[in-house]
Structures are given as structure tokens and as C-alpha cells.
Write a protein that binds this ligand. Structure first.
Ligand code: MCN
Ligand code: CUN
Length: 788
């Protein structure tokens, strides 16, 4: 593990300790549940015990009679206000509170507002709901059976089909396959998983009956997007809505969407005239907020007999649960899945994705995923390994032979994406060298001879982050530009206001470093303001690792605007033409006379003073910027995982993990490495432990951390990190996003390692001891269902 000298504060890029940590380490963070507003009430949600049932009646009279209950809201109450259904970010509607039917276990049925949280919970038990249970569709592979119960009769659907989506050239791909010497195919399930942030989701709505202003404190990664959704759903004008995201205890994609509890809290506040707090518990979080993955993939890969990869063909069945929810760029119903040609120079590729409804909780996209790239990378990286195994080729060599070459960038993929930059062979070579790949293979052969199971897994990934260019993406019709505002005070201290929202990524520090780099002031002198729509410019927030690619670019550009304003002021101060000034180490110097210079602090004071400025030049240095990304940024990485497997129990130990990431220019290498450490732990969790499984009736089998296992330090080795740096050519500071890279790239490395150890062609994640043991017996399980 690298250690970083973080004693002194750099004036720009470099490792420095996170400014926010002093507050967090002292327990002075202020999370949603810490907020107590005067007169605040507390809410709880009654949830469906059934995965699929008709609601015959809801009797709330006993709950309403509870002395501490202030309001009981049902689907009927909401229907009267036109709020029983809300739009999802994927062009569907979701029930806020069920009226006709419940469609997944844990669905919201009634909302109780009471004097305290205990009374609200107690009163849930007083609500009588009569259900008429219906057969449930749990297994996505049977969702389109002719006799499958129809889930979305509200949409007048006659089956459970949501969409069919295709990408790539089918005819060209078929042609490539017909000419191939070898084809390998594989069925893979990327099981349903959950972001499971440490802090669950919640909201406090406060409608001021006098001013008509709605204030919503909420756990959101995208405050401005939430405000627009509230405006569209509730019909309250945006200038009368303030969304405030306090400190967020982890998001990982879980806090992108708007959940029924948030809408109910608003209604609860309108009805009672008092602030209403709703915070979910762990089981509610795991059962009813956005899951991720749940992709059933059939992939084929074609190659020549000398190991040149030619093409990939994929069919996907996507289980979206009962409502097609969470954010999904609306022009791309399968998210960014169709970057599945990965990091290889392929002639052709084609995928078709079919989305289906099932009686499971909605969501389907977000969990440190870059919107389905996780699934895409897993698919291609498993297919390459399966092909290598079938043909007796070395999986690292096969990758090296087929990686996109540095001189091919910008590289247009067979699916039409333009990768901006990279040196893939160098990245893979760095990882293999760091791991000592050849030596590891020798060690493995020796161990095999002794009957010991050691496995080496390699993966290479290309991420696509920084949503996004208008031609590809929008959310609710909103283009994905983000704003930045930079104010410089007379003493040279600055305030940067951003639309993105940190949830643990260290934005308070890293965005201050971008300003510091551009203006030559200390990052300690830059305050970063986020998370309050009244205080920050519009933008779509933090997900898809877009903060650095989009808000980071906006920050660099707004700082450059400030710098150019400072140049004019400095030219008046130093009595030279602006073009005679050079910006050197944070000062404007007169060319040829470095003794004549002015620092940013001196210039800032002068800008606010009585100094005579040239005609038409405004005083002050403040500036604003809106950044429209011209393309996504494409970070990449090469990972090598070494595992030992206990032949008797199937227990996997990850012995080593080497990760070489290229995210372009690193603003704060220590923060980047922290992001990678977290993502690698995520990957180990996905590969070995995590899956939300269901029984045939749709009962959720992972509603607590007793059943839904998360990785801890015990399962993680000491990470071995390396880097390559290929700047993004279209980003003002050459940086690419990195927040999801390791989560995307690491699961196939772990799975490839385990299957390499046990000599099995494929078994689905999570590779629990039971699954590994069964795979060794040739009988791996379907991990999404409790019964197979
Ligand atoms: N960074 C850097 N140099 C780069 C790239 C990034 O120094 N070349 C820094 C950034 O300045 C930022 C951090 O690394 O402080 C992550 O940046 P970026 O890749 O832009 O990702 P975002 O800030 O947009 O964060 C979102 C991303 C996503 S989508 C998920 S999901 C996820 C992730 O970040 N959720 C997280 N990492 C997380 N980390 C924590 N602690 N908590 C979460 O909820
Ligand atoms: Cu896909 S999870 Mo992150 O983009 O918020």
C-alpha cells in the first residue's frame, strides 16, 4: 500500500489530507437524522408483506385514534391529490402508496405521521389491510411466459415486457461469427445487489404554510434534480422549493432516486402544517430502495485460431422489478451496457436487451456501476477467460494481444463510442509486472501438483464516466451540464459553489485543489459549497463518477475565468499591458521583470479597491461557468487477483490484489487510492458474498446484514496499487472520473481467479463456499433464487 506524505498542503494537485475529515473524525458531521426542526413530526411506512396481492381494503381508523398520531396517509389520500403515482427517472411510473395492488414485498402502503418515531411505528400495527394474494413472478426467465401473472395492469399491459433494445450491427456481427475459427459462449447472471450505504435514506419535508416555501432536507446525490422532480410532481414552482443535502453517509448510487417516503413526507407536512421526518431502517433500505444489476446474459465471443478476437454477440434479460425505476439516461434503456466490447479492438459487436417486470423491488441501475458498465465489463472479461480456457491460451496474453493500441485513440468502438485516450498495453503490463505474473503461474503449477487450489484472475476494463454529452444522455429531458460559481473575497479567500454533491468522495478537498492549482492559492483558502439548491448553481449532481469529468471541468474553467479577470486587474496594478503578464506559481509577473509581480491575494484586494481599472472592466474577480461535456471520459484499469481455495469447504481467501488504474491526471492521489480501495472491497463483496435472493413467493431473503453479507477488512488483502496516467484530451485538466472504476473492474478478476483455482468454466456470483463447493461438484446454483 502506498503511503502519502500529507504533512504540507500542496498549492494544487497532490496528496493532502481531506479537509472534511477533521469534522467527521470528531463526530461533528451533520447527517439527516441529526437534524431536528422546531415542531418536527416523525413518520413510518406500512409495507406490504406480499410480493403480489390485490388490496381489498385499508382501515386506518384505529391508527388515527392513536393519541400521538397526527395523520395517516394512504394511496387513496394521495389519489385525491393526484399524487398516488410518481414518474420514475426511466419513463415509467411508480406507486407512491399502493392503491390497487401491491407489486413487491416491502412496497409502501400507508404513511403514518406521529409525535415521535415510536408512536408512528406502533400505529402501523393498528392499520388493517385486507389483501387478496396473487401468484408472483419472481424468476425473470419466466416473466414472459404466456401464463405469467401480469404485474403492471395499471398500465393496461397484457404481459411483463418493458422494452427491447439493440445496439451494434447484427448483420456484421453474424458475418464475423460465421468466419470465426473458434467461438466460446457462456450464460452469466450478474445477481441483484444493493449499494447498502452506511446511512440509510431519509427526508425531512417542511412546508411553510405562510410563505408557501417547501424545504426538503434529504439524503440525495443530486439535489437540483430532486428539486426539479418535486416541482414537476407536486406542481410547486422551483423557486419555492429548497432541497438541502446535509452530510451524506455514503451513497453508492442508492441516493440518486426519489423514493415514495420522500413524497409522503412532503404530503405529510402539507397536511399537518409541521415539518415531517422520515428515515428508513436497514431492512427498509435493503427491501425497497434501488437495487442494482440483476442481469441474465448470454454472451458469445468469436476469434481466429491464432487468438485474434473478432466479435461479441450478447442477449440480455434485464430484471427491473415491479417499476422501471432509478436514473437511466432516457435515450439508453439499458444504460451504458453496450460498451460491452470492452477494451478490445473488435470488428463487430451486437447486443439485444429485453427488460421485464417482476414482483421485486424497483431500481435496477445504480450501485457504483456507471449505469450497467459493471455488467458489461463482467460479461466481456468472463467471455475472454472462458475462451482462453477452452483454447488453452493464457488469459493475460490473450488480453494483451487484443487490447486497443495506444495509436488507435481516439478509438471508435464497434458500438459507436469514442474512447478518448489510454495506453492499455502499458497499463496491463504494469499490473502483470507488479503482480509478478510469470512467477505466480509457476507457483500455481507447483501447488496444483500438491493438490492445493490457487487461482490467478486477470481483468481489464474501460469505464465510461462523466454523463454526459447531450447527444447521448438526459435525465427527465434535462441536459447534463453542471455549473460552478467562484467568488474571491478581497483578502484572496475563495468560495466555490457546485451542483455536484459529495457522499464521502472528498469533494471539499479535491475541488478546492483544482481552484488552488489554477489560481495559486492554498486549498485551505477555498471553501466548497454543495448540497443546497438555494446556494449552488443548477446541475445534475453526483453519479456515474461525473463530478470530476463535469463539475471538475466547470471548476477549472471558472477558475481560469477568474484568472483572466485577475490578469486585467494586475495589468492596472503593475501598469503594463495584460499580454505582458505571465502567470507563474500563483503570481502574475511582468515578462522580463519577475520582481514586478502581484499575488492573487494582492490582486483580489486591488479588484475590490479604488484602483482605476481600464474602461469597461468590472471590478471584483467573481465568475460563473456552465460546462457541457463534449464526450464521456474513459478511465481504464488492469487488475490481477490471487486466491487460495480450500478444497474441502470451498472457502475463498483473496491473498493478493494488484490494481493499476488510469484515471488521467490525479488531483489528489491519496483520495483516488481511497476510492480504489473502497471499490475493490465492493468487488470482493460482489464476487464472493453479496446477492439479494428471493423465494418462489417473492419473499426477500436479504433484508438484513445477517443475510446480505458485506465485505469487511477481514475479507480484503492489503491492496497493491499502481498507476498509469493518460490525460483525457478533452478535459480541461486531463482528469477522468475514478469513483466507480474498481467496483466495475474487480468482480471479474476475483471470479476469474476462483474459477481458475477450481478449474471450472463458469459459476455465478456470489462465489460463497457453498457455491464454490457445488461448482467443484459440477452443480453450481442459480444464485438469485432460493430454490433451483
Ligand atoms: N479524483 C481525483 N483525480 C481524478 C479523479 C477523481 O482526485 N482523476 C477525486 C475527485 O476529486 C473526488 C473523488 O476522486 O474527490 C471521486 O471523483 P469522481 O471519480 O469524479 O467521482 P464522483 O465524485 O462523481 O463520485 C461518484 C462516484 C460514484 S458514482 C459512486 S456510486 C461512489 C463513488 O463515487 N459512491 C461513493 N465513490 C464513493 N466513495 C464514497 N466514500 N462514498 C460513496 O457513496
Ligand atoms: Cu451507478 S452508482 Mo454512482 O453512479 O451514484
Amino acid at each position: 500500500m502506498t503511503t502519502h506524505a500529507a504533512a504540507s498542503t500542496p498549492l494544487g494537485f497532490g496528496s493532502m489530507r481531506r479537509k472534511e475529515d477533521a469534522r467527521f473524525l470528531r463526530g461533528a458531521g451533520r447527517y439527516l437524522d441529526d437534524i431536528v426542526l422546531p415542531g418536527m413530526l416523525h413518520a413510518a411506512i406500512l409495507r406490504s408483506p406480499y410480493a403480489h396481492a390485490r388490496i381489498v381494503s385499508v382501515d386506518t381508523s384505529a391508527a388515527e385514534a392513536h393519541p400521538k398520531v397526527e395523520a395517516v396517509i394512504t394511496g387513496e389520500t394521495l389519489a385525491g391529490l393526484g399524487l398516488a403515482w410518481m414518474p420514475t427517472l426511466s419513463h415509467d411510473v411508480q406507486a407512491v402508496l399502493a392503491t390497487d395492488k401491491v407489486r413487491f414485498q416491502g412496497q409502501e402502503v400507508a404513511f403514518v405521521v406521529a409525535e415521535d418515531r415510536y408512536a408512528a411505528r406502533d400505529a402501523l400495527g393498528l392499520i388493517e389491510v385486507e389483501y387478496e394474494p396473487l401468484p408472483a413472478v419472481v424468476d425473470a426467465t419466466h416473466a414472459l411466459d404466456p401464463d405469467a401473472p401480469v404485474i403492471r395492469d395499471d398500465l393496461h399491459r397484457t404481459d411483463n415486457h418493458i422494452f427491447d433494445w439493440e445496439a451494434g450491427d447484427a448483420a456484421a456481427t453474424d458475418e464475423v461469427f460465421s468466419r470465426a475459427d473458434v467461438v466460446a459462449e457462456c450464460d452469466l447472471l450478474y445477481p441483484r445487489s444493493h449499494p447498502a450505504p452506511m446511512e440509510t435514506c431519509g427526508s425531512i419535508a417542511s412546508m411553510d404554510p405562510v410563505s408557501g416555501k417547501l424545504t426538503v432536507h434529504t439524503t440525495t446525490q443530486a439535489p437540483h434534480a430532486h428539486r426539479t422532480v418535486y416541482a414537476l410532481v407536486a406542481g410547486i414552482p422551483e423557486h419555492k422549493i429548497q432541497v438541502i443535502a446535509p452530510d451524506i453517509g455514503g451513497g453508492f448510487g442508492n441516493k440518486v432516486g426519489i423514493y415514495p417516503g420522500y413524497v409522503c413526507a412532503v404530503v405529510g407536512s402539507i397536511v399537518t402544517g409541521r415539518p415531517v421526518k422520515w428515515v428508513e431502517d436497514r431492512s427498509e433500505n435493503l427491501m425497497s430502495t434501488s437495487f442494482a444489476r440483476d442481469y441474465h446474459m448470454h454472451g458469445e465471443i468469436a476469434a481466429t485460431k491464432d487468438g485474434t478476437l473478432l466479435g461479441v454477440r450478447v442477449k440480455v434479460l434485464a430484471d427491473h422489478g415491479a417499476f422501471n425505476g432509478t436514473a437511466q439516461p432516457s435515450k439508453l434503456p439499458a444504460g451504458l451496457f453496450h460498451v460491452f466490447s470492452g477494451s478490445y479492438d473488435l470488428r463487430a459487436a451486437h447486443c439485444s436487451v429485453t427488460g421485464v417486470y417482476t414482483n421485486k423491488c424497483p431500481g435496477g441501475v445504480a450501485y457504483a456501476c456507471s449505469f450497467r458498465i459493471t455488467e458489461a465489463v463482467y460479461l466481456i472479461e468472463r467471455l475472454v477467460d472462458v475462451l482462453a480456457r477452452d483454447q488453452g491460451w493464457d488469459p493475460a496474453e490473450l488480453r494483451m494481444k487484443n487490447l486497443i493500441r495506444p495509436e488507435q485513440f481516439p478509438y471508435r468502438t464497434a458500438l459507436g463510442w469514442e474512447y478518448d485516450s489510454g495506453n492499455y498495453p502499458k497499463t496491463l503490463r504494469t499490473a502483470l509486472d507488479l503482480a509478478g505474473y510469470a512467477e505466480l503461474r509457476r507457483e500455481q503449477a507447483e501447488k496444483r501438483a500438491r493438490g492445493e487450489l490457487m487461482g490467478i484472475g486477470v481483468s481489464f476494463f474501460t469505464e465510461a464516466v462523466g454523463a454526459g454529452p447531450r447527444k447521448h444522455m438526459d435525465i427527465l429531458g434535462l441536459g447534463m451540464a453542471d455549473g460552478a460559481e467562484l467568488r474571491v473575497h478581497p483578502t484572496g479567500k475563495a468560495v466555490l459553489r457546485l451542483s455536484c454533491m459529495t457522499q464521502g468522495q472528498g469533494h471539499q478537498t479535491t475541488f478546492a485543489q483544482i481552484v488552488a492549482e489554477e489560481l495559486g492559492i492554498s486549498p485551505d483558502d477555498v471553501e466548497v459549497v454543495q448540497g443546497d439548491t438555494d446556494q449552488t448553481p443548477f446541475g445534475l449532481g453526483t453519479y456515474g463518477s461525473r463530478s470530476t469529468p463535469v463539475s471538475g471541468a466547470a471548476t477549472a474553467l471558472v477558475a481560469r475565468k477568474v484568472r483572466e479577470r485577475a490578469r486585467i486587474v494586475a495589468s492596472a496594478m503593475l501598469e503594463v499591458a495584460p499580454s505582458d503578464l505571465e502567470f507563474v506559481k500563483g503570481r502574475f509577473e511582468v515578462r522580463g521583470d519577475p520582481a514586478a509581480s502581484a499575488s492573487m491575494a494582492e490582486i483580489a484586494m486591488a479588484a475590490h479597491s479604488a484602483l482605476e481599472l481600464p474602461e469597461g472592466v468590472e471590478g471584483h474577480l467573481d465568475a460563473t461557468c456552465v460546462y457541457n461535456p463534449p464526450n464521456l471520459t474513459y478511465p481504464c484499469g488492469a487488475y490481477v487477483c490471487v486466491v487460495d481455495v480450500d478444497p474441502g469447504t470451498g472457502q475463498v481467501t483473496v491473498r493478493r490484489f494488484v490494481a493499476v488504474d488510469d484515471c488521467g491526471v490525479r488531483i489528489n492521489p491519496m483520495v483516488v487510492e481511497g476510492q480504489i480501495h473502497g471499490g475493490l472491497a465492493d468487488g470482493i463483496g460482489m464476487a464472493l458474498m453479496e446477492a439479494l435472493a428471493f423465494d418462489p413467493d417473492g419473499n426477500h431473503l436479504g433484508a438484513s446484514f445477517m443475510d446480505y453479507l458485506l465485505p469487511t477488512a477481514l475479507e480484503c488483502p492489503s491492496w497493491e496499487l499502481g498507476e498509469t496516467v493518460t490525460p483525457s484530451p478533452h478535459h480541461p485538466i486531463g482528469a477522468k472520473g475514478v469513483g466507480e472504476s474498481a467496483t466495475v473492474g474487480s468482480p471479474p478478476a476475483v471470479v476469474n481467479a476462483v474459477l481458475d483455482a477450481i478449474g471450472v468454466r463458469h459459476a455465478d456470483m456470489p462465489l460463497t463456499p457453498a457455491q464454490v463447493w457445488r461448482a467443484m461438484q459440477g452443480r453450481p446454483l442459480r444464485t438469485d433464487l432460493s430454490v433451483t
